[in-house]
Design a protein around this ligand. Structure first.
Ligand code: C2E
Ligand code: MG
Ligand code: MG
Length: 756
């Protein structure tokens, strides 16, 4: 009963007692008055009763409301007694914990705490009990439902005492699992947002709402500078309106867009970035917006450009390589087919490039190739292609030369000649001035009449034609040439096998005095081909030189000749003979040529002066200093040098004095015309006179007639080589010839042998 109810009751009782006392008192009022008073009191009493009933109902209602509020509160209320047992729990609590109230009451609260948090709970509970200061304490615990499922709980705990001073803890418990999850997701989102990739978020109006740190790093714009702006802030001007429209349309229709965008950083630098735009549609009141991620791909682009450059361009000259050329040629053929236009292809090969490379080194060679590439580009129109196939081989492609073959051919010829002219000007290679010519092969193309492989073959053939035409020339493709070159290719294959299959042989041609004394011989190579029979050097030496096979072949000649000298050294008949060996320029310029000769001479223990190396004037074309050094080194070990084919070259006169030559060999072309061409007779005389001045020996080759021999003898050339005495012959025949000559010096035998 409430205090107020108690008061009312007390007042009524007092009033009733006063009434009774009044009735019993001697001064009591008359009965009527008393009755009236009683009725008044009765009414008052009823009114008071009514009030009491009303208060009672209100209290009942209040209690129900409290119970409802308590039971159905959005949080769980739990009361825990000092023993740690649950003494009260509201309905929300039972629902949250998933157990009936009956099961929970007097149940140990700690058993509802997840094992990993139980220790902590015990400490917290103890602390609550010990520091009963009436302050609310809040903490989070991992708790378990009755079925064992764990959830995150937030606890507000308050220490209290019951009316009988028993300590209790009132707990409000909230399940915060969802909040935690959201928090976690937000944290992850925040971490993700601060990733290495630049990100910005825009609203419906494309206004930037947020940017991350990576964004600032990439663009140079801080959050303050970019939020509130639109992405137009970064536009580089490299894309047109259509580009951005396509981007917006894609976002609108598919919800995303990705691609490469050229943007401008705050510092003005234009750079490529990879953008992914993802639209986040309107959802539960959050309006539509876009998340854009951007990656700076400057480095990747650079790397991929470098890869492309390596894959498709020649690193030395930066011209397209063979691969890219094929691609361009393919496109050109397509274009030609579509537009009915002729095009032209040129194959350009430098003359004597290999010699430059061998004599002055690869650096100089590379420098020359770079100059050549530049000159080619300078002589072309925009849209024409110049490519490098490798080595000193270049290709030039012209397109759109008109609908008529004749016009196209005229145009191609003009360009071809322009290229030739451009390449002949002297080149400044560091301190050296170098002159070089080129051989150019050309062909026209139209539609897909020929494949690009065939076209390349044709210009290659045409280029060989130009070489055969004496170099520094332009030739258009010719079918007959193709046949020759096919044969040549077959010959090259055979030549590669000839050495290992021992198909080479040395022939010896006598060198003698006018009175028939043998002084030596020239070793001349022959190729005994299994199908074509005996092949003369002029039919395979040039090929061997071009392919580089001359190097091993030359070494074989040198070894065979020296071995022969060694054998001859043991016989009285041959001991005094000198053997002349021809050395080609390519062979001479091998870096280890001197060592090779020294080794071979040493191995065979050849006496000084027995070996004579014949060089031609072509050896002198490039590096005279290197030539002299090499010759000097070999002279030191006693090797002799003879200048072969003298008079046919054009450069040597001024060098002659510098070279450690022992002999000059008058070329057979002069000797053969001695009696018919007075000029040749004069040349021969001059050469003889010159050798006298220089103090070196002279020999005439190609002496075929007695008239020639007599002329030479008369003009002071003491030595001869020629069919008049003997043709080049195999070793056995040569030795036979020597034997015959030493016996009787018999001319008939010689005449007989020269027909061999
Ligand atoms: P070469 O060094 O000038 O050799 C002289 C050439 O003239 C030889 O031709 C020889 O047979 C020829 N000959 C000699 N006397 C007469 C004659 O009275 N009348 C005519 N018409 N010709 C005569 P062969 O043997 O065909 O050699 C041609 C060239 O091949 C040589 O010219 C030389 O440059 C080169 N050669 C030959 N053997 C070798 C070699 O082992 N190595 C190198 N690198 N080149 C070689
Ligand atoms: Mg010779
Ligand atoms: Mg010669």
């Amino acid at each position: 009963m409430s205090q107020k109810q108690e008061q009312t009751r007390e007042t009524l009782r007092a009033e009733a007692e006063a009434l009774v006392a009044n009735l019993l008192s001697p001064t009591a009022q008359p009965a009527e008055a008393l009755l009236h008073e009683l009725i008044v009191h009765k009414i008052e009493l009823e009114m008071q009763n009514e009030e009491l009933r009303r208060i009672h109902t209100a209290m009942e209602e209040s209690r129900d409301r409290y119970v409802d509020l308590y039971e159905f509160a959005p949080v769980s209320y739990i009361t825990i007694n000092r023993a740690g047992l649950i003494s009260e729990i509201n309905l929300t609590g039972t629902v949250l914990l998933g157990a009936d109230r009956a099961k929970l009451i007097n149940h140990r609260f700690s058993q509802l705490v997840a094992p990993q948090d139980q220790d902590r709970w015990h400490r917290l509970f103890l602390n609550l009990m010990q520091h009963a200061n009436g302050e609310k304490q809040a903490f989070e615990l991992k708790m378990s439902h009755a079925d064992g499922a764990l959830f995150d709980a937030h606890l507000d705990c308050l220490y209290r005492e019951t009316w009988d001073m028993a300590p209790i803890v009132r707990v409000t418990l909230t399940d915060i699992s969802k909040i935690k999850l959201t928090e976690k997701e937000l944290r992850i989102a925040a971490i993700a947002f601060e990733s290495q990739e630049g990100m910005f978020i825009t609203d419906t109006n494309n206004v930037i709402l947020r940017v991350n740190r990576a964004f600032t790093k990439i663009t140079g714009y801080s959050a303050e500078e970019s939020v509130g702006q639109t992405p137009r802030l970064f536009e580089s001007g490299r894309h047109d309106a259509a580009f951005y429209k396509a981007m917006r349309d894609s976002v609108k229709t598919t919800g995303s867009w990705h691609g490469e965008v050229w943007n401008r950083r705050k510092n003005g630098e234009i750079y490529p970035e990879w953008q992914i735009i993802t639209a986040v549609p309107e959802f539960e009141g959050i309006e539509f917006h876009c998340v854009t991620t951007l990656t700076d791909i400057t480095e990747q682009k650079l790397a991929s450009e470098q890869i492309d450059q390596l894959a498709f361009y020649d690193p030395l000259t930066n011209l397209p390589n063979r691969r890219l050329l094929k691609d361009r040629l393919h496109q050109a053929l397509n274009y030609s087919a579509r537009n009915k236009q002729y095009g032209a292809l040129f194959f350009i090969d430098l003359d004597n490039f290999k010699i430059l490379n061998d004599t002055l080194g690869h650096n100089m060679g590379d420098l020359l190739l770079q100059h050549v590439a530049q000159r080619l580009l300078n002589s072309l129109r925009e849209g024409d292609t110049a490519a490098r196939l490798g080595g000193d081989e270049f290709i030039v492609m012209l397109e759109s030369l008109g609908e008529h073959a004749q016009d196209a051919a005229i145009h191609a010829e003009i360009t071809g000649k322009k290229i030739l002219a451009a390449l002949t000007y002297p080149y400044q290679l560091e301190s050296l001035e170098f002159q070089c010519t080129a051989s150019v092969g050309a062909t026209l193309f139209f539609d897909h009449l020929l494949s690009h492989d065939d076209l390349l073959k044709h210009v290659d053939i045409a280029m060989y034609q130009a070489k055969h035409a004496g170099r520094n020339a332009l030739c258009f493709f010719d079918q007959a040439m193709q046949t020759t070159l096919t044969e040549r290719a077959a010959l090259e294959m055979d030549l590669r096998r000839a050495l290992e299959q021992n198909q080479f042989q040395l022939y010896y041609q006598l060198q003698n005095t006018h009175d028939g004394q043998a002084v030596g011989a020239e070793a001349l190579i022959r190729w005994q081909h299994p199908e074509h029979g005996l092949i003369l050097p002029l039919d395979f030496i040039p090929l061997a030189e071009e392919t580089g096979l001359i190097v091993p072949i030359g070494l074989w000649v040198l070894e065979t000749a020296c071995a022969q000298l060694k054998t001859w050294a043991d016989q009285a008949l041959t001991r005094h003979l000198q053997l002349a060996v021809n050395v080609s320029a390519r062979q001479f310029y091998q870096p280890d040529f001197v060592q090779q000769v020294v080794a071979v001479v040493g191995k065979n223990a050849i006496g000084p002066g027995r070996l004579k190396l014949e060089l031609t004037e072509s050896v002198l074309v490039s590096n005279i200093d290197d030539t002299i050094t090499k010759m000097d080194e070999l002279r030191k070990i006693g090797v002799h040098f003879s200048m072969d084919d003298f008079g046919t070259g054009y450069s040597s006169l001024s060098y002659l004095t510098q070279l450690p030559l022992v002999q000059l060999k008058i070329d057979k072309s002069f000797v053969q015309h001695i009696s018919r061409a007075p000029s040749d007779a004069v040349i021969v005389q001059t050469i003889i006179a010159m050798t006298k001045t220089l103090g070196i020996e002279v020999i005439a080759e190609g002496v075929e007639t007695e008239v020639q021999r007599a002329f030479l003898e008369q003009h002071g050339c003491p030595l001869c080589q020629g069919y008049l005495f003997s043709k080049p012959i195999p070793l056995a025949a040569f030795e036979l010839l020597l034997g015959d000559r030493s016996g009787q010096g018999a001319a008939p035998t010689l005449m007989m042998l020269k027909d061999l």
